[in-house]
Design a protein around this ligand. Structure first.
Ligand code: ARG
Ligand code: ZN
Length: 410
């Protein structure tokens, strides 16, 4: 019995132990000829390589920067292979664990909620409840369903209550779990909206006339680890999860998505196979007559993307979507000089099907935008907490610009 207890204890410790990344490296590769591209794909199939940008080996082409995370155990081998291949490369992060530790700037990390920190799910959940009860006239909360592992997907409606249904904007954060600055932005947005209502004329007018639905954490199960996908399990595969942004009904699993459950861009067993995707899609379908804009927040690359990504053809509203995106990028940059690129997903980042923006657009939500927040790869997903405030402030300007435009064109 003693032995059994000890064993259970060890298992419990092992389960609670977060993954460590001591000595792991992030490389930036610069393929300029086809043989470099095939080299990267071979490397990915022979070693355990975690793609940071683009999102998987299938998306690698010439003339793009390819950022990969390589475990410490393989890094010597990768150096040798890179040198043999003749490809240009640099080491972006020399010790990933040191960078992870550095992402959480303060040594005095507490469990209490902080807009300038990366809060964990429990802290965010407590905050969702408390900010709602503290602002009863501006916020109401619903749950659009549960995640695969049974966690509630809280949705907040921000807006001045009025007798009738108002036109609305839907915004989600954290569809990809490791893009932590995204989750931070949704929290920041809600704080700014409620604290400047009544003093900021733009916010006041917006919340008087419209509602903003905010899903602060889309992929709750995946959050808090170096992870992208959902956490669903599939019989016949030991790999976990599907890419929620390849699982929507928009040219599903045709371009820039993988059929393999082990890929980071796995499109899932079928359209909306991921319960989180189904919950969001159901909510938007049910409210399609009032939802005028769909904003989805990712990182990193500093891009403002709009449809299409599942095909090269231009959206019917292309020129309007482009001019709004360019103006929004302009105001974003006016604060700290951050440079954004805007354009249709397929040509601006890469063709990729099954995305939420394309799906929402084809459903009739005209202003469908994907933000890729800071940075351009120096820290990548490990953006330090010291950048949360400036990133959220500048993003706020762009989101407010788009919202005001939508409001003016109701
Ligand atoms: N980095 C994002 C992704 O790969 C970009 C999404 C752009 N939109 C799209 N429908 N692919 O998911
Ligand atoms: Zn993403």
């Amino acid at each position: 019995n003693m032995k059994l207890l000890l064993l259970l204890g060890l298992v419990a410790v092992a389960l609670c132990e977060p993954t460590r990344f001591e000595g792991d490296k992030v490389f930036r590769l610069k393929p300029v000829i086809d043989s470099h591209v095939s080299f990267i794909k071979e490397l990915a199939s022979s070693l355990k390589v975690d793609f940071w940008s683009p999102d998987s080996a299938e998306l690698v082409t010439i003339d793009i920067d390819v950022d990969i995370h390589v475990p410490a155990s393989h890094s010597d081998m990768v150096f040798i292979m890179l040198d043999q291949s003749g490809i240009n490369y640099e080491v972006l992060i020399d010790d990933l664990q040191a960078a992870v530790d550095g992402q959480l700037d303060s040594s005095t990390h507490t469990r209490s909620h902080d807009y300038t920190k990366y809060n964990n799910w429990n802290t965010i959940q407590d905050w969702v409840i408390s900010i709602t009860s503290a602002n009863p006239t501006l916020i109401s909360r619903t749950t659009i369903g549960n995640t695969y592992e049974g966690r509630p997907m809280h949705l907040l409606k921000i807006g001045k209550s009025s007798g009738s249904t108002k036109p609305a904007i839907f915004m989600d954060c954290g569809i990809h779990a490791r893009e932590w600055i995204s989750h931070a932005f949704c929290q920041w947005f809600i704080k700014e909206a409620v604290s400047t209502y009544g003093s900021d004329p733009k916010i006041t007018s917006l919340l008087d006339q419209m509602d903003v639905f905010v899903l602060p954490v889309f992929n709750v199960d995946g959050y808090n680890r170096m992870w992208r996908k959902t956490r669903s399990k599939k019989s016949g595969s030991s790999c976990v999860g599907a890419d929620p942004n390849r699982n929507f009904d928009a040219g599903w699993c045709t371009l820039g998505a993988s059929n393999s459950p082990c890929s980071d861009t796995y499109c899932g067993a079928s359209v909306e196979s991921e319960i989180e995707v189904k919950n969001v899609a159901n909510f938007i379908r049910q409210n399609r007559s009032i939802i005028k804009a769909y904003l989805t927040i990712h990182s990193y690359s500093q891009l403002l993307l709009f449809p299409y990504s599942y095909k090269y053809g231009l959206a019917a509203d292309h020129s309007e979507l482009l001019s709004v995106a360019e103006a929004a990028s302009q105001v974003l940059g006016s604060l700290y000089g951050t440079k954004y690129t805007s354009g249709p997903g397929a040509t601006t980042i890469y063709p990729a099907s099954g995305g939420s923006d394309d799906w929402a657009y084809d459903l009739g939500v005209k202003y469908a935008y994907t933000f890729e927040l800071r940075d351009t790869g120096y820290y990548g997903f490990l953006l330090p907490e010291s950048q949360i405030k400036p990133t959220c402030e500048e993003t706020m300007l762009a989101v407010k610009y788009i919202a005001a435009y939508v409001q003016k064109n109701l």
